[in-house]
Design a protein around this ligand. Structure first.
Ligand code: HEM
Length: 521
């Protein structure tokens, strides 16, 4: 009898294994009673970008993933360019961030990434008024260049001297986090210093990305219970609180800074250097004064916006740069084209410093193209989220109800043969160059910065900063990816490398400089 029982248990176990294995490899997910496609998604969570890509390719690039028991987990996934254009631009007023997104990303509060309506409009206006200012761009460019020299190059020099391996992705993340802190708060978080290697603030950023992606696959009641019981990834909330404490501290420090003489140079610096000081300097003006009746309300508003900038602006750029350095090191012809272009620019300018002054307005088109090509294959923010307000029919013919979460997977869009041709899997910056100029692809083709009214407001800033550091590293160092490194994307809201980018560094004879100071120590 016991023997029959063991046999039956074994047969049941094998049957479950079979179902799970087949669920993992199915292109059209098996639909389970009550749970719909949820088991397939959960089982493929570890390789979510490839799973979604495969699924959409087999289903005409639009697929409605339904979970009858937990409707909040149902999503429409689409990378069909006509649908993307419809959602992001043509009928964008019907596609907002929505409450479902705010529930998952509750940590963002009413920050610009999560907000809709008037609050979103006000935050976009404030960001634009800072990011478009020539004074701000000049200061930003100077700070970034100094940080590359005094931080990143110092760390790379040290690694070159010692011959030890370093995680370049981690170095880049610390660099971009410091830059984002400057932009948002006007302070240096000093994450690049040797002592700050294990900074809790940076770990908090990683926690947020991991926790929020998992919430996409979990019923709300489940992750809320997990958080309440402090279990699994949800228990890492204490680190996130440390990040908020840091933001609070910095806002009150900016508040206590003496008001600057109106119209003086100091006032210009304060107003144009970071978003917190900018808002505080406009505190008494009509729009802000009418919206916030007291200091606490305004501080909460600033805190949410600051947190959005730190989230959107730091890990995205560092992930893009990590993929860029890996692709460039593994494609020697691209690397030599980049170096060639920089030598040419240096030669034409007759003044080394001039080449670096404004990388965006300067030619360096090939470097720009290589960064775009990186972001096509590895879009740093791989999922773009919207929610329908009213029922709608997409150009593909799919009907959706009001309140349906819609996700545009940019990883899939960047790898569609229908958009990029047969060589879509190849890293070819040349596809971005026509007659020596950079080709502009509309957001229904190249969607790595989103599109429509919500398009990434930090795009130009990101290119300026990425170009400064990319040029400095490519010109001055050779990076050797450590043998046996497993380079693959993490299943997170930001497409970073799962195991980091472990490299050894050798320093070249100086052929380029980042400023008029030699980068030699
Ligand atoms: C390689 C770097 C970056 C990439 C790939 C990237 C990509 C994106 C994407 C895909 C979105 C969503 C757009 C949409 O909903 O349609 C976004 C939004 C946003 N990005 Fe970026 N971003 C980058 C760098 C930055 C930087 C440096 C900043 C600021 C310092 C920034 C600030 C923002 C903000 C505030 C939003 C929210 C906009 C809104 O919802 O209205 N980003 N970004």
């Amino acid at each position: 009898m016991a023997f029959v029982g063991i046999l039956a248990a074994l047969a049941f176990f094998l049957f479950i294994c079979y179902l799970l294995m087949s669920a993992r490899h199915r292109a059209r997910p098996k639909t389970w009673p009550l749970l719909g496609v949820l088991p397939n998604v959960v089982l493929n969570a570890y390789q979510i970008h490839n799973f979604v890509h495969h699924l959409l390719r087999k289903n005409g690039y639009t697929s409605h993933l339904k979970v009858p028991m937990f409707p909040e987990l149902s999503h429409l996934l689409t990378s069909d360019p006509d649908n993307v254009h419809h959602i992001l631009a043509q009928n964008s007023s019907n596609y907002i961030r929505g409450q479902g997104f705010r529930n998952i990303f509750d940590v963002l509060g009413d920050g610009v990434i999560a907000a809709d309506g008037e609050s979103w409009k006000l935050q976009r206006r404030l960001l634009h008024s800072l990011f478009k200012q020539p004074e701000f761009l000049k200061m930003e460019e100077k700070k970034v260049r100094a940080k590359v020299e005094s931080g990143v190059c110092k760390l790379l020099d040290r690694a070159a001297r010692s011959g030890s391996e370093i995680d370049l992705q981690d170095v880049l993340h610390r660099f971009t986090f410091d830059i984002a802190c400057w932009i948002a708060l006007g302070c240096d978080a000093s994450s690049l210093s040797f002592e700050a290697r294990h900074s809790q603030l940076l770990k908090a950023m990683d926690d947020i990305e991991e926790t929020t992606l998992r919430r996409y696959f979990k019923p709300r009641v489940f992750w809320k219970l997990q958080r309440w019981m402090q279990m699994g990834v949800e228990k890492r909330g204490w680190r996130i609180n440390k990040l908020f404490e840091f933001i609070d501290q910095q806002i009150s420090l900016r508040r206590r800074e003496p008001p600057e003489t109106e119209g003086g140079e100091a006032e210009v610096i304060v107003k144009h250097s970071n978003i917190t000081s900018r808002i505080l300097s406009e505190e008494d003006q009509t729009e802000l004064a009418a919206k916030f009746s007291n200091k606490n309300q305004l501080d909460k508003f600033i805190k949410d916006l600051v947190f959005s900038i730190l989230t959107a602006g730091s890990d995205t750029s560092s992930s893009a740069l990590a993929w860029f350095f890996w692709l460039v090191e593994t494609n020697p012809s691209v690397k030599s084209n980049i170096i060639q272009e920089m030598r040419q620019a240096e030669h034409e300018s007759h003044h080394v410093d001039h080449v670096w002054k404004f990388p965006n307005s300067h030619k360096l088109n090939y470097l720009h193209a290589a960064l775009c090509e990186t972001l096509r294959l590895y879009p740093a923010a791989p999922f773009n989220h919207r929610s329908s307000v009213k029922p709608d029919t997409l150009p593909s013919g799919h009907r959706i109800d009001g309140g349906t979460p819609v996700v545009i997977p940019m990883y899939t869009m960047g790898r569609m043969q229908e958009i990029w041709g047969e060589d879509c899997r190849e890293f070819k910056p040349e596809r971005w160059i026509n007659d020596g100029s950079v080709v502009h692809y509309p957001s229904n083709k190249f969607c790595s910065f989103g599109g429509g009214a919500r398009i990434c407001p930090g795009r130009d800033l990101a290119f300026m900063n990425m170009k400064i550091i990319a040029a400095a590293v490519v010109c001055n160092y050779d990076l050797h990816v450590v043998d046996g490194s497993r380079i693959k994307p993490a299943s997170a809201m930001v497409l970073r490398m799962k195991h980091g980018l472990k490299v050894r560094v050798t320093k070249k004879n100086i052929i380029c400089r980042t400023s008029n100071h030699s980068s030699d120590e």
